[in-house]
Design a protein. Structure first.
Length: 91
């Protein structure tokens, strides 16, 4: 099973931390090898970059986002695009 989760980046034990949003096997540890990098999240500057086509690719194939990644994606409107894509496929 594939999960979309946050992967911590930057220096160890610093208060300014940056996260990558990655698609990773659910059995791997947080810092394990990612299948693909699909985004970036900086909580201090409140910056987010999402590769929406890549996220949609994994979500359509059954990937499960973690709670935080789900919230970030929801704010960006990824799930609206996912529902639109599914409606187009059914019609």
């Amino acid at each position: 099973m594939v999960k979309l989760r946050l992967k911590r980046c930057g220096k160890k034990q610093r208060q300014w931390v940056v996260y990558r949003i990655v698609a990773i096997d659910a059995r791997c540890r947080r810092e394990g090898r990612a299948l693909r990098k699909v985004g970036f999240y900086d909580p201090l500057k409140n910056q987010t970059y999402l590769n929406v086509p890549a996220i949609l690719y994994f979500l359509e194939r059954g990937a499960q986002p973690t709670g935080t990644v789900h919230d970030i994606s929801k704010k960006a409107g990824v799930f609206m695009e996912l529902s639109l894509n599914q409606q187009i496929k059914f019609n």
